[in-house]
Ligand binder design. Sequence first.
Ligand SMILES: *Cc1c(COP(=O)(O)O)cnc(C)c1O
Length: 386
Amino acid sequence: MKNYNDIESALIHGGIYGDEKTGAVNVPIYQTSTFEQPELGHNTGWEYSRTGNPTRAALEALIAELEGGTAGFAFGSGMAAITAVLSLFHTGDKILISSNVYGGTFRVLDKIFSNFGIGYSIEDTTDLEALDKKITPDVKAILIETPANPLLTITDLEGIADIAKRHNILSIADNTFMTPYLQRPIEQGIDIVVHSATKYLGGHSDLVAGLVVVHDKNLSERLAFIQNATGGVLGPFDSFLLIRGIKTLGVRLDRHVENAKKAAEFLKQHKAVKKVYYPGLPDAQGYEINKKQAKNGGAMLSFELYENYDIKKFFSSLKLIALAESLGGAESLICHPASMTHASIPYETRQKVGITDGLIRLSVGIESADDIIADLSRAIEESEVK
Ligand SMILES: *Cc1c(COP(=O)(O)O)cnc(C)c1O
């Protein structure tokens, strides 16, 4: 029986809490591949750790509860989670994807699933009316990110869920940037939520993991089958680390978001900055929609410097903020999407969707906001071409 109401408590007490046998407040790490069977034809409920492991099961129950789904599945990476979801489709099926999806999602569709005759097309999912007209009989799913990577474009979750329901196809949302603490797509009618738990859910840049959550029972059975059959599962130790990370998700994100707002405001008024992309700014694309479907604007932002600032010099002048792929860790991380996270997207496509060579993406950490801003300020100054 649940003895709490709010997600802040669910982060800590949700899923399977502690260990009944010993009273340990943490779920033990069941570091085992197999489970002894008491007699032929009977098992303890656990057989083999690819199929199911108690530590992983605690994590899976937790993420299902947090997202408002009925079943969760943990994988060895976000890409393994997305690959498992894409394994639901067949030759001849086509998937519509947001124009700013994660580079790896594009790559696995373009270079792997295309080999099995599963097609995709890149669409502006912010324009619901135009999107609706793109649903031909071969289209079997819409896969979106909101905010999308790296321009933080907002897509209307309810609108996407409505289109999918009307055409009897699946809606898939990658909720990595928001996490269930800020946004719960299943509550808005989305069928499948995927996560790179490597990011905010883990929260400490110390593990790589992926999660899937669904509400529908049939989908849950199909995904359980795919998870066991293809085998990209998360190990017990990483499952434990992820449960541990999720306990502090609320307090971490509160601080992440507070710092992101301050950094966005600082950049916005700076004479060197051409444009700031942050869904928490009232003049941002999709601001009202984001406000309707998410708690706030999150803690990811992107910006563009004017041409008379040297990008290379800017990155090398940063002393606190680390130049690295990934996001959502305690430390501030900065990257250059065109040459890093989105390098697998062809140059022409990048230009078309607005990922210019001057674009910088910042994952605002939980250090002092003043220190983050001071680092940005000095690096911008030092990068000015005089
Ligand atoms: C990082 C990321 C992924 C891929 O996850 P991995 O854990 O790196 O495999 C997928 N989607 C988004 C939005 C991401 O940021």
